[in-house]
Design a protein around this ligand. Structure first.
Ligand SMILES: [Zn+2]
Length: 86
């Protein structure tokens, strides 16, 4: 499920934001990043509540996740996106 940026031709994916429902354009290639948490900590992305915060001594653990970069940050033609010259 990939497409290409109309401005620079890079391979991208179009998705909808879970939060706003707006369309987003992401670089198609995922990067592996590490997030830190504790074994008893769960992040609820919608309301930001951290479950298990009453256990501050829990050791941190690292999770490797696949992350995507907003194509606005990497597009070589991004200047064109910010408005046209007159
Ligand atoms: Zn682009």
């Amino acid at each position: 499920m990939s497409d290409h940026c109309r401005s620079c031709g890079a391979e991208v994916v179009f998705v909808r934001s879970a939060k706003s429902g707006k369309r987003m354009i992401l670089d198609a290639k995922a990067e592996k990043r590490v997030v830190l948490g504790s074994a008893i900590t769960t992040l609820e992305p919608d309301d930001g509540i951290v479950v298990g915060a009453q256990h501050p001594d829990a050791a941190l653990i690292a999770r490797v996740v696949r992350t995507y970069v907003d194509h606005h940050a990497t597009c070589s033609a991004a200047a064109e996106w910010k408005g046209r010259r007159r």
